[in-house]
Ligand binder design. Structure first.
Ligand code: URP
Ligand code: ZN
Ligand code: ZN
Length: 456
C-alpha cells in the first residue's frame, strides 16, 4: 500500500507514454505499473489526464533590485504562482550589484527563499563584481554551497554589465570549476548609444524600446559570448533568445564544437512588438530585454524548439507593477523597469500556443519545460523525470480545460497580466511536490515555506 497512487493517467515516463499508475511513498516515486494493481491510502484519479514530471523554470527573478526599484513578488507569492501553473522547481537568478560580495548575495537570496518558498529552488549566481575577493568567494560557493551555474549580463551598461577582460577570466574560471555560464546576450555599448540617439530625437515612448536593441544587437552578443567560449572551453547557456538570428549564431558555434545551450522564454513565444506599441503608455507592460520582436520570429522560435536547436523554455519572470513601477518611465522608455512575468502561465501558454497549434508535440513540451532543464543544470533524474527513485514532483494535467488567461487568476503580486484575455487550453489539475498535493485546479493547497534548496 503506497501513501498515494496516481491512477489511470497517460504517464510521460522515460522514453514512453503509456496509461498506468504511479505509486508514491514519502517524497519519492516507488513504483510505476501498467496493470491497474497499485493501491494507495490516497488515490488520485487521472483518467483522461496527462501525467507529467513537475515542470522546472530555468530563469526566474524574484528578489530583484533593478532599474531603481525592486521586483514586486516575494518568494511566497512567486512560488505559489509557479506551483498552480505546474512548476515545482525554479532556478532563481541571484543578481547582486557591482559592489556586493558574491558570498553575501548568496546568503541574502537563500535566506529569503528559505523564509517563503513553496516550491523547490536553486540558483544561478550573477557575477557582476570580479576582483580577487569575489573570485575566491565564487570558488568557495561552487565547492561548498552547491552553486553550479553563474550568470552574466552583456547588457545594462553601468549597472550589471562586465568588461571583456573580466569576462574572459570568468570563463576560464568556469571551465576550471566545471560551472555553466548562463548569459544575457546583447551588446551593452550599442544599446547605450542607440538609446541616447533615440531619446535625443524625442523618441521617448515604450514603442522605441525594441528599435533601441534590434535583433543584430542580440546576435552580436551571442556571437561574442560564443567566441570567448570557443577560446576558453567554457560551457555556456544563452538565456531568453528572442529571434531566429540569435539562435542561429548559437547553433553555428555549437557546430564548431562550442558547448552551448539555448533558452527561449514564454513572452517571446506568444507576444510580439506591437504589444509594446499600445497607446497611452500601456506598451510599458510589454517592455523586456531582449524586446518582443516581429510576429514572424514566433515561427523561428517554435521551429527551434521542434528541431532541438532550443533546448529549454523558461519565463524570465520579472514582475514590476504598471502603476508605481513601469510608470517611472513615462518620460523615457529607458527608465521603464524591464520584465514581463509569466511564472504561472508558462506551461499553459506552451500547451495552448505550441502543442494545440501543432508547433511542438507533448513530449517536446515535457522535455523543454522539465527534463532538459534538469539535465542541463545537474538535477536529473531527481527532478525532470517520472522514474522510480525520482522526487514525486508530478503534474496531473487536464488538456481539455478551456478558459482565458486573466490577471484575476494570478497569484503573483503584479498588478496586470501580459496575457489578459488570451485563449487558454489546458490546466494543471493536481500538482504534487515531493509526494504532497500542493495545488489543485488553480488553487494553492500546500504549506507556505515548504520548498527546499537544491544544492547541485
Ligand atoms: O527584461 C528582462 N529580461 N528583465 C529581467 C532582467 C533580465 O535581463 O533577465
Ligand atoms: Zn536578461
Ligand atoms: Zn532574466
Amino acid at each position: 500500500m503506497f501513501d498515494t497512487v496516481i491512477k489511470g493517467g497517460t504517464i510521460f515516463g522515460q522514453g514512453y507514454q503509456r496509461i498506468g499508475d504511479i505509486g508514491i511513498t514519502g517524497e519519492s516515486i516507488k513504483e510505476i505499473k501498467f496493470d491497474g494493481s497499485l493501491e494507495g491510502v490516497q488515490v488520485i484519479d487521472a483518467t483522461g489526464k496527462l501525467v507529467f514530471p513537475g515542470f522546472i523554470d530555468p530563469h526566474v527573478h524574484i528578489h530583484l533590485p533593478f532599474m531603481g526599484t525592486n521586483a514586486i513578488d516575494n518568494h511566497e507569492s512567486a512560488t505559489k504562482a509557479a506551483l498552480v501553473g505546474g512548476t515545482t522547481t525554479i532556478i532563481e537568478m541571484i543578481c547582486p550589484g557591482p559592489d556586493d560580495e558574491p558570498a553575501n548575495a548568496f546568503a541574502e537570496w537563500k535566506g529569503l527563499a528559505e523564509e517563503g518558498a513553496c516550491c523547490d529552488y536553486t540558483f544561478h549566481l550573477a557575477v557582476v563584481r570580479f576582483d580577487d575577493i569575489a573570485k575566491a568567494q565564487l570558488r568557495n560557493l561552487v565547492e561548498n554551497e552547491g552553486v553550479q551555474s553563474f550568470k552574466i549580463f552583456l547588457a545594462y551598461k553601468g549597472a550589471l554589465d562586465m568588461n571583456d577582460e573580466n569576462l574572459f577570466q570568468l570563463m576560464q574560471l568556469c571551465k576550471e570549476l566545471g560551472v555553466t555560464l548562463t548569459a544575457h546576450c546583447e551588446n551593452a555599448e550599442a544599446v547605450d548609444s542607440m538609446q541616447k540617439k533615440l531619446l535625443g530625437e524625442g523618441k521617448i515612448g515604450p514603442e522605441w524600446h525594441e528599435p533601441s536593441r534590434p535583433r543584430s544587437v542580440e546576435a552580436d552578443g551571442v556571437n561574442h559570448l560564443c567566441s570567448f567560449a570557443e577560446l576558453t572551453g567554457a560551457t555556456i547557456y544563452i538565456v531568453h533568445t528572442s529571434c531566429g538570428i540569435a539562435v542561429d549564431r548559437a547553433i553555428q558555434a555549437k557546430n564548431r564544437g562550442v558547448h552551448v545551450g539555448v533558452e527561449a522564454v514564454a513572452p517571446h513565444l506568444v507576444l510580439d512588438k506591437t504589444y509594446a506599441e499600445r497607446p497611452d503608455f500601456e506598451g510599458a507592460k510589454f517592455v523586456m530585454s531582449p524586446p518582443l520582436r516581429d510576429k514572424e520570429e514566433h515561427d523561428a522560435l517554435w521551429g527551434g524548439l521542434a528541431s532541438g536547436k532550443i533546448s529549454t523554455i523558461g519565463t524570465d519572470h520579472a514582475p514590476f507593477n504598471f502603476k508605481g513601477q513601469k510608470d517611472m518611465g513615462t518620460g523615457a522608455f529607458t527608465l521603464i523597469p524591464n520584465g514581463i512575468p509569466s511564472i504561472q502561465e508558462r506551461v499553459d501558454l506552451v500547451h495552448t500556443y505550441g502543442v494545440c497549434q501543432g508547433k511542438i508535440d507533448l513530449q517536446t513540451m515535457v522535455d523543454v519545460c522539465s527534463t532538459n532543464v534538469a539535465k542541463q543544470f545537474n538535477m536529473y533524474p531527481r527532478k525532470g523525470a517520472l522514474a522510480i527513485g525520482s522526487d514525486a514532483d508530478i503534474v496531473v494535467y487536464d488538456p481539455n480545460f478551456v478558459g482565458t488567461f486573466t490577471h484575476e487568476d494570478g497569484l503573483s503580486k503584479i498588478d496586470y497580466s501580459g496575457f489578459e484575455g488570451m485563449e487558454r487550453k489546458g490546466r494543471s489539475d493536481a500538482v504534487l511536490l515531493r509526494g504532497k498535493v500542493v495545488a489543485q485546479q488553480g488553487k494553492f493547497v500546500g504549506e507556505t515555506g515548504s520548498g527546499i534548496y537544491l544544492p547541485r
